[in-house]
Design a protein around this ligand. Structure first.
Ligand code: C2E
Ligand code: CA
Ligand code: CA
Length: 548
């Protein structure tokens, strides 16, 4: 366009230049004055009009000037030599003004382009940001509506990224994100679009991908780039994303719907296990809506003090004395009613809410335990997600000191989980806690994936046999065998053992015969409010059972 404009301007300038070239020498003085005014006016106005296109301004003004100079010199009069020289000076001055103006204009346009680009780029990773992603999503949706070209959308989120930030600092966390972004970018096609949506969340649009199989391959490729550990502060660190995938048009043709569905699928990947991907399924949708609203409600619950604790006793099976109580969390929601921990703890675990809830539980339980006789221990459930940072050790010790409860009275119950397997840090933290006199119980023993491995590697003082096995000891030989083996194993390994969920006298008798150390369950007592503990006596029911 610029070249065409320059050509047309050159042609026009040449026509204007012909007038003085052909007629100046033979014109009357009067006509010569008019020609001089006309020519200088054309040079100035042409340059002014074409100032935004310097090459066109030059093409227009040079032929006029040349035609004029040759025309005036043809007269042979000395005065016109001065006029020719003045015209050249005039042209140079005008050209300089044009160049300055166009330079200013170019700079302004360039900085405008740069700021528009910056507004769509993530400053840390250099990837497109959420704004750009939204625009890109709209484009592919339009492509789908008009041309029927499907695509897939992948939502990625790194597991436990917060703990990396806490442990190594934000600068190191930023470096990891930059490298992660580069790895992912490198394994995608030119046509795919990867964006950082914020924090450790990324999204990929796989254009032209119509089948789940292809989207699955893309997700596998992304996950494979994290097989190599990252190097950070001289340590080698494994970091994996979980991925949720929504397919368009299969899962919808609306940006918000697709985002919501990919997010719901991501939630399922995160909940199950690190480093996997899930496609969206219809049943995820309502769950994900529910999760979001529970998350919001949990924040309010913390603020509005909707939580309280109940306590369930442990019974020594030799002395039939209560040895302590387990604190169990209760949430009284103004509309939902009483929400069981199994409905909200897993949701809290996906965000930092679990830390705030954990802090509340520990403080509240320690304040209550401080009023108990000193031989009673307090067991508190701790999510493995709370063990992401070494600072938890100091936090727990500070709370013990604040409430005046000696460390040996506190037991932390942790549940084996897949995410535990890969973190040597969890083991280190547990060792530190034990060094300070806090004991550790392995909760729900036998239900996990590798109970035996944990028993070998984790510094555990007590195992709690899961109630699933206890409930079956009378009716299922397998359950009875597992309980028997678990008690023997714990005793052989020098660990204490407690059976949870004891509901019948027969179950209790079975455990007593095995020399299981302690029992907990509805038979002894249901979880009770703190103010009932002082008056609680379990003996009556049990004596009757012993007599029987
Ligand atoms: P858990 O640690 O295995 O707790 C035992 C659960 O079994 C409790 O349910 C308790 O009320 C129930 N239970 C006790 N005895 C019996 C019995 O004889 N029969 C039956 N059927 N159930 C019995 P709850 O309070 O609903 O807690 C469920 C889970 O939620 C707990 O399992 C624990 O993993 C988690 N949880 C509870 N409070 C907290 C907490 O403060 N922090 C964390 N991180 N998790 C918690
Ligand atoms: Ca427990
Ligand atoms: Ca349990």
């Amino acid at each position: 366009m610029i070249r065409l404009s320059s050509i047309y301007a050159g042609l026009l300038g040449s026509i204007w230049g012909l007038a003085p070239l052909l007629f100046f020498a033979n014109s009357s003085t009067h006509a010569q004055v008019i020609l001089i005014c006309l020519t200088s006016g054309m040079i100035c106005s042409g340059a002014f009009v074409l100032a935004t296109l310097p090459s066109a301004a030059i093409s227009f003004t040079i032929p006029i000037t040349l035609g004029f100079i040759i025309g005036v010199l043809q007269t042979g009069e000395p005065i016109y030599i001065s006029v020719a020289i003045l015209t050249i000076v005039y042209l140079v001055a005008i050209m300089r003004a044009v160049m300055t103006f166009s330079l200013l204009l170019v700079n302004r346009v360039l900085s405008q382009i740069a700021s528009e680009k910056a507004a769509e780029t993530d400053a840390l990773t250099g990837l497109p940001n959420r704004k750009c992603f939204t625009g890109r999503l709209e484009t592919v949706i339009e492509d789908l509506t008009v041309n029927g070209i499907g695509f897939c959308m992948l939502y990625l989120d790194f597991d436990d990224f917060k703990s990396i930030n806490d442990r190594f600092g934000h600068a190191a966390g930023d470096d990891l994100l930059i490298e992660a972004a580069a790895r992912m970018r490198a394994c995608l096609r030119e046509t795919d679009c990867i964006s950082r949506l914020g924090g450790d969340e990324f999204a990929v649009i796989g254009t032209g991908i119509k089948e789940q199989r292809e989207a699955g391959l893309l997700a596998e490729r992304l996950l494979a780039t994290f097989a190599t550990p990252f190097q950070i502060a001289g340590e080698s660190l494994n970091m994996h994303p979980s991925i949720g995938i929504a397919m368009a048009p299969l899962d919808g043709q609306d940006a918000q719907i697709l985002l919501r569905k990919a997010d719901a699928a991501l939630y399922h990947s995160k909940r199950e296990r690190r480093g996997i991907f899930h496609f969206f399924k219809e049943e995820f949708d309502s769950l994900s809506q529910d999760r979001k609203s529970i998350e919001t409600d949990l924040r309010e619950a913390l603020r509005d003090k909707q939580f309280h604790l109940v306590y369930q006793p442990f019974l020594n099976l030799v002395t039939h004395e209560v040895t302590g109580y387990e604190a169990l969390l209760r949430w009284d929601h103004p509309v939902r009613g009483s929400v069981p921990p199994s409905d909200f703890i897993p949701i809290a675990e996906l965000s930092s809410l679990i830390d705030e809830i954990g802090d509340y539980v520990l403080r509240e339980a320690l304040q209550t335990a401080a009023t108990w006789p000193s031989h009673l221990r307090l067991a508190v459930n701790l999510s493995i997600r709370q063990l992401r940072n070494m600072s938890v050790v100091d936090k727990i010790r500070a709370q013990l000191a604040e409430c005046g409860v000696p460390a040996h009275r506190l037991e932390l119950e942790i549940t084996e989980s897949k995410s535990m397997a890969s973190t040597s840090q969890v083991v280190e933290i547990l060792h530190k806690l034990r060094e300070h006199g806090i004991s550790i119980a392995l909760d729900d023993f036998g239900t996990g994936y590798s109970s035996m491995t944990y028993l070998c590697h984790l510094p555990v003082d007590r195992i709690k046999i899961d109630r699933l096995f206890i409930s079956g000891v009378e009716s299922h030989l397998e359950c009875a065998s597992i309980v028997k083996a678990s008690v023997h194993l714990a005793v052989d390994l020098g660990r204490k053992v407690i059976a949870e969920g004891v509901e019948t006298p027969a179950q209790l008798a079975f455990l007593e015969k095995l020399n299981c150390h302690e029992a907990q369950g509805y038979l002894i007592a249901r979880p009770m409010p703190a103010d009932q503990i002082a008056g609680f006596r379990p003996q009556l029911k049990l004596k009757r059972h012993s007599a029987a």
